[in-house]
Design a protein around this ligand. Structure first.
Ligand SMILES: NC(=O)c1ccc[n+]([C@@H]2O[C@H](COP(=O)([O-])OP(=O)(O)OC[C@H]3O[C@@H](n4cnc5c(N)ncnc54)[C@H](O)[C@@H]3O)[C@@H](O)[C@H]2O)c1
Length: 380
């Protein structure tokens, strides 16, 4: 039987690239999403957010028959339903997610397969496999977490092995054949192992960024220039080759997944909780740098998105920094080339000679900062 796949939440940052990818591998794909504005963009081959090579893949996917709908009832025609909704440890978000899962279970056809691609907890998984209707309908559940970095979907989708979490063992060849058809290598584990792997990855990444920020905080307290020292320490030094620069650490995954890791597996020595505090201190550290470098409380803040070369503002620490600056009595005008129009730039730059680059988009390196006082947060 030929697969027909429904991707619920398929207009989002994870759902859309994946939907395009599978449609372009010849699998009939239907995006189901509640955001009508974004569905209209997709139908018209307009990319709703920045993602490397998405335009090319979207054009092909629509030409190849990628479908979209607002109507969840249409999953009855799909033998595989993939869930890519946003998740977090926030109670309201969990409630909405569970509600959606209940709806999917009630509308999906007997014997079909549900793939969870959103980041979820073991509680969520257990709730599904213990559900009466889920069992009466003889549905199958797999947890196949997405592990790409936002912006790199088409560079990483067929390079990173797919973790497949299942109850005891994989119940049918369908799931293995599905990823095989997509040219994606698979690794099978149980549900709990899959949950741990996904949450560990992002929590560990968060810890790496936080650790370097910790040293930046300490260096600043000792009036040392951490950027300069890290540059010297890592020059031609193999053991610091992959060390990240200090900088803002936010976005839709790292912070929330670290919270979810603690909720799911505990934090016996309080180490992970410390990372949140360190990053709050890092914001204070930046404000102290501004105080010592700038000659007034007027600032032009450049870069607001959660990471460079992205248009995603979710959980951006540059926005948190902006709020803290305003609380401290600074007047701040902001500009981000991925959010604002270029015409706004010159007017904003006239506001002050004090420049704070908080999210370091590449284009800022071409700006002329002659006669300006500049504080840069993060180079990489
Ligand atoms: N963004 C990343 O880089 C990334 C990386 C790996 C994993 N993840 C995980 O993937 C999941 C999705 O994240 P995202 O960044 O794509 O989120 P997103 O907010 O970009 O996308 C979620 C989509 O779900 C839709 N939606 C919400 N409620 C719905 C409903 N009831 N029915 C149908 N559609 C609905 C929204 O309209 C949106 O288009 C999360 O669990 C996240 O942790 C994200």
């Amino acid at each position: 039987m030929k697969n027909k796949v429904g991707v619920v939440g398929g207009a989002g940052h994870i759902g859309l690239p994946f939907s395009c990818y599978i449609q372009n591998k010849g699998i009939d794909t239907l995006i189901i999403d509640t955001n009508n504005d974004i569905l209209e963009l997709i139908k018209n081959k307009i990319t709703p957010f920045i993602e490397y090579d998405l335009q090319n893949h979207l054009d092909h996917a629509i030409n190849n028959g990628l479908q979209t709908t607002l109507d969840l009832n249409e999953i009855k025609d799909c033998n595989i339903v993939i869930i890519t909704l946003g998740t977090s440890s926030d109670k309201h978000v969990i409630k909405k997610f569970n509600q959606l899962i209940d709806d999917v279970i009630s509308k999906i056809t007997q014997g079909s397969t549900i793939i969870l691609r959103s980041t979820v907890t073991l509680n969520t998984i257990n709730k599904i496999i213990e559900d009466k209707t889920f069992n009466t309908k003889k549905l199958h559940l797999y947890y196949c977490p997405e592990r790409i970095a936002e912006g790199k979907a088409f560079l990483e989708l067929d390079k990173i092995p797919q973790i497949i979490g299942s109850k005891d063992k994989i119940e049918s060849d369908l799931i293995l054949n599905f990823f095989n058809e997509l040219n994606i290598k698979t690794i099978s584990v149980n549900f709990e192992e899959a949950v741990f792997i996904k949450l560990f990855l992002n929590t560990y990444r968060y810890s790496q960024f936080s650790t370097i920020n910790y040293f930046d905080n300490i260096a600043s307290t000792n009036s040392l220039d951490f950027k300069k020292l890290l540059g010297i320490a890592s020059e031609s030094y193999p053991r610091l080759e992959n060390v990240p620069d200090s900088g803002m650490v936010g976005g839709p995954c790292l912070i929330k997944d670290s919270h979810t890791f603690i909720d799911s597996f505990d934090d016996p020595r309080g180490l992970i909780s410390k990372y949140f505090e360190i990053n709050k201190d890092f914001i204070k550290n930046i404000i102290t740098k501004c105080e010592s470098k700038f000659d007034s409380k007027k600032i032009v803040q450049l870069g607001l998105t959660f990471k460079p070369e992205s248009d995603d503002l979710r959980d951006s620490q540059s926005i948190e920094l902006n709020k803290s600056l305003i609380k401290e009595g600074y007047e701040v005008k902001t500009y981000d080339p991925f959010i604002n129009s270029e015409e706004e730039l010159s007017k904003i730059m006239e506001f002050s000679n004090n420049i704070l680059i908080s999210t370091h988009h590449k284009i800022f390196d071409s700006y002329d900062f002659t006669d300006k006082k500049v504080v840069i947060v993060g180079d990489k």
